[in-house]
Design a protein around this ligand. Structure first.
Ligand code: NAG
Ligand code: NAG
Ligand code: NAG
Ligand code: NAG
Ligand code: NAG
Ligand code: NAG
Ligand code: NAG
Ligand code: NAG
Length: 427
């Protein structure tokens, strides 16, 4: 009796395959030497469970778990780096079958265009734009929701999003009818009726455009001049958008958790060095539901902890061995709560952690409003804050310029001790 039950269970397990819930891919060009450069590729893949999700990469144990939402999804990271010559090519994978969805997408495709030709303006190949998302984004069917994707470009390029189309981007490309996407990468959901409830597969392409005409040089010497209307890299941004049953209220802080200080703002930037640890404190509240978990997408070696209701901390120490240096790493998070067995998700927030002394990039694509930059900086001085404000402002300004900020920034020391830095518009 026991034996037959056991056999049945084993068969069930082998029949159960983890289904696909999306991906974000990215590539970064580093260390140009002669006719080659170091290319770092990072993929963050979502599947419905953590087991057996390596197999599609035709490697075993080559991915590392980032985070999971109990019984719903598992997010894993795959990183590769190696020496490449100056060519451009598509790199793609078949991640399996999508989770059941209302827009009828079945077979998944995760493919990015790596623009590895040398750019005339920066003297190295392009790095793709960067963003992050959770594998499953949820909203009650009666609530308005905007998902404004982080659009960060390591080279300061202009970033745009569009629906995936064509056989190199998706096998079936039907966009979800309930989400409208703008080219600035924000997507909005507007409540219509409860019959839109269910899961949708979202398949977007994020791409970067140079700010002026540049020349791309191939390994074999051939060149191509591209204007600011021609895109360079293309990365897939795919996830599940889940419309849940209606909530008793859509006000953030009641059923839907609401972020409170000191949670960093969407788009905030942090600066650290290799072997230093970054700590991000996140606080959320919900008066009519119970906050159960923090969900995040970030480097796999990032850890999360909770110190009581609604208080969470993300910690990460970049390591030399994972080639984390001289790179900007997107980190996205949301808080989930439940009440009467319904699940409520907060808005998504994303921040950037910049590791090592890399040139400061002046303008991420919009929205640029209320961008908070957090810089760990220590300037020792015997000057008094009251009497030597100008000198202190100058010292801070010099330090920021030495870290790559444009020389025409304006620095103001405010009475609450914070520092306001104004950048004049990029040329
Ligand atoms: C969502 O975006 C639209 C268009 O940009 C805006 O009108 C609306 O107020 C936003 N809604 C929320 C909840 O932020
Ligand atoms: C993407 O497709 C949706 C649905 O067909 C459409 O409303 C939207 O305008 C498209 N967005 C872009 C940026 O092409
Ligand atoms: C260099 O390679 C590109 C891409 O393979 C090709 O289109 C081009 O014709 C080649 N140019 C020369 C000069 O060989
Ligand atoms: C990182 O290390 C460099 C070199 O040691 C140092 O100059 C810089 O101030 C450090 N940056 C931060 C953010 O600690
Ligand atoms: C995060 O919160 C803990 C506990 O409240 C505190 O000790 C720590 O200084 C905070 N870290 C930051 C970076 O604010
Ligand atoms: C959560 O964090 C907030 C703000 O840092 C603090 O006031 C509160 O006491 C913390 N609560 C718990 C349960 O740790
Ligand atoms: C990094 O790699 C070196 C050489 O392979 C090894 O000795 C060291 O232990 C590694 N450090 C970490 C933190 O993995
Ligand atoms: C919330 O979820 C947890 C874990 O799934 C469960 O144990 C708990 O009973 C739920 N609470 C409510 C109020 O539904």
């Amino acid at each position: 009796m026991l034996l037959s039950v056991l056999l049945l269970m084993m068969m069930v397990i082998s029949w159960t395959e983890a289904v696909y819930t999306g991906v974000v891919m990215a590539h970064t060009a580093k260390d140009v030497q002669g006719n080659s450069f170091t290319l770092v590729r990072r993929y963050r893949f979502g599947h419905s469970s953590c087991g057996e999700t390596d197999s599609f990469l035709s490697c075993s144990g080559c991915t590392q778990k980032i985070d999971e939402s109990s019984g719903e999804w598992c997010l894993r990271e795959y990183t590769s780096w190696g020496s490449r010559s100056f060519i451009s090519y598509y790199y793609g994978l078949n991640p399996g079958t999508w989770i059941n969805n209302k827009n009828g997408i079945s077979i998944g495709l995760s493919k990015m265009l790596v623009e590895g030709r040398k750019r005339s303006d920066i003297n190295r190949p392009n790095s793709s734009p960067k963003t992050g998302i959770l594998p499953v984004m949820r909203v009650p069917s009666n609530c308005q929701r905007n998902i404004s994707l982080l659009t960060f470009d390591p080279d300061g390029d202009h970033v745009q999003c569009r629906n995936g189309s064509g056989s190199s981007e998706c096998y079936t490309c039907t966009p979800p009818s309930v989400l409208s996407l703008s080219s600035s990468c924000s997507q909005s959901f507007t409540p219509t009726s409860s019959n839109v409830e269910g899961s949708y597969a979202v398949q977007l392409i994020m791409q970067d455009f140079p700010r002026q005409t540049i020349t791309l040089t191939h390994n074999n010497g051939s060149t191509e001049s591209i204007s600011s209307k021609i895109s360079m890299s293309r990365i897939p941004v795919q996830f599940v958008f889940k419309v849940d049953p209606a909530a008793p209220s859509c006000t953030a802080g009641e059923y839907l958790p609401r972020f409170l200080p000191p949670t960093p703002e969407h788009g905030a930037q942090f600066f650290i060095n290799i072997s230093e640890t970054i700590e991000i404190n996140i606080t959320a509240e919900a008066t009519q539901s119970v906050i159960t978990e923090l969900l995040f997408s970030g480097p796999f070696s990032m850890t999360k902890s909770s110190s009581g209701s609604g208080n969470f901390t993300l910690r990460w120490t970049p390591s030399v061995n994972q080639s984390d240096d001289k790179e900007s790493h997107p980190i996205c998070f949301a808080v989930q709560a439940n009440a009467s067995s319904s699940i409520y998700q907060s808005e998504l927030r994303c921040v950037i952690v910049r590791v090592g002394n890399i040139p400061f990039i002046a303008t991420p694509s919009p929205p640029t409003t209320s961008r908070l930059t957090v810089l760990k900086l220590k300037i020792s001085t015997t000057l008094s804050l009251k009497d030597n404000k100008d000198e202190i402002e100058k010292a801070i300004k010099d330090e920021l310029i030495s870290r790559g900020l444009p020389p025409d920034i304006k620095v103001r020391l405010l009475s609450d001790g914070s520092v306001k830095v104004k950048e004049t518009a990029a040329p």
